[in-house]
Design a protein around this ligand. Structure first.
Ligand code: KG4
Ligand code: ZN
Length: 339
């Protein structure tokens, strides 16, 4: 079996081919970071345009692994939500064209389900299956969600962010400090230079809920900078990062204990963050749990995670007949996951 995965929900135009065991046959990512960085964030119209310009060559490069003689493709999985409407539309049109060209069946995949599936990817070696039940934290530039999952297609959203996503908070704090875009990697790098400081930002607790909120934390950083113009950027980054890590790791581990699972899984762009991984890994070890992180190369958006989430959907017989619509606001519970 050969599955093509296509990802165009935000600012990466990406395509990958996997086989029926989930082994990676190709993985092509065109990142639009250079296009958006002068605006310190993703500009939707520019994103759709860049997807339209690049998707053809990204697809061509990804399917080159099938050979020229008699290329055969069984399924084309594409992320049909959530994401930017124009960007999703480009992905849908390209996926439909590829499916027609190769006589393949079309599979719509929830982008967030892709970030969870990414925790299983180990490249050419195939996949390392997630041990369900587990609590998952999907944490990226657009999303911060905590799920209780019994399996693929059987997850429940415990909570999500009420305002900014954690990655968005990293991006906004980097912008306040003039560090560039995307914020996560540069804030993490800058924080490493901090030795010690007595800066203290609030930990947004949202007590009694599994929800998150990061916009207040970002505002605290901006007020602190206004009132302390000589504070060192490395100290601000370090304390900001500690506040985010405390919040994410705290809630994830609390939920894992409360629901009695033996595994936590962390996916999405922010899962690349070293202190976040270390903190969750050590807390999980202490609690006798397994912590599963997406490999760093699969943290940010890619086609392999969409292809693998598609494979799980195919295996579970969750394919639908008829045209597949895009849904910019797609929620986990709306794509067939039990409440
Ligand atoms: O998953 P992703 O590519 O896009 C969305 O689906 O939103 O994640 C991108 C986000 C950006 O906000 C970026 O700042 C953040 O992931 N990110 C990080 C790190 N690397 C990327 N955040 C914290 N630490 C990092 N090392
Ligand atoms: Zn993403």
């Amino acid at each position: 079996m050969r599955i093509l995965g296509l990802e165009t929900t935000c600012d990466e135009t990406a395509a990958a081919v996997i086989d029926g065991d989930g082994a990676l046959l190709s993985n092509v990512v065109f990142s639009q970071i250079d296009i958006h960085k002068k605006y310190n964030g993703v500009v939707p119209e520019l994103a759709s345009r860049a997807h339209a310009q690049r998707v053809g060559e990204v697809l061509e490069e990804a399917v080159a692994c099938l050979g020229r003689e008699r290329p055969s493709l069984d399924y084309v999985a594409f992320a049909n939500g959530p994401g930017l409407p124009g960007a999703l539309l480009v992905g849908k049109i390209a996926a439909e064209a590829a499916a027609r060209l190769y006589g393949a069946k079309l599979v719509g995949v929830n982008h967030l389900e892709g970030h969870l599936a990414a925790c299983e990817l180990s490249g050419e070696k195939g996949v390392d299956p997630l041990p369900f039940p587990l609590v998952a934290l999907v944490v990226s530039g657009g999303h911060t969600e905590l799920w209780l999952c019994k399996g693929y297609g059987d997850c429940r959203v415990l909570g999500r962010t009420r305002d900014d996503a954690a990655g968005e908070a990293f991006d906004k704090v980097a912008k306040l400090l003039g560090l560039g875009y995307p914020g996560g990697p540069v804030v993490e790098k800058t924080a490493k230079l901090s030795t010690s400081s007595d800066i203290r930002f609030p930990r947004p607790a949202m007590k009694g809920t599994w929800e998150f909120s990061f916009s207040g934390l970002k505002t605290s950083v901006s007020y602190f900078m206004r009132d302390n113009p000589s504070a060192r950027p490395e100290d601000i980054c370090a304390e900001f990062q500690r506040a985010v890590v405390d919040t994410l790791a705290g809630k994830l581990m609390l939920a894992a204990r409360k629901y009695g699972v033996k595994c936590v899984a962390v996916g999405g762009g922010v899962a690349a963050n070293g202190p976040l991984r270390e903190r969750i890994a050590s807390e999980a070890a202490r609690a006798g749990m397994t912590a599963r992180f997406v490999e760093r190369r699969f943290c940010t958006d890619n086609g392999a995670m969409i292809a693998l989430a598609g494979l799980h959907k195919i295996r579970a017989g969750r394919l639908t007949d008829g045209p597949i619509r895009i849904n910019p606001e797609m929620r986990v519970s709306r794509w067939g996951i039990a409440k």
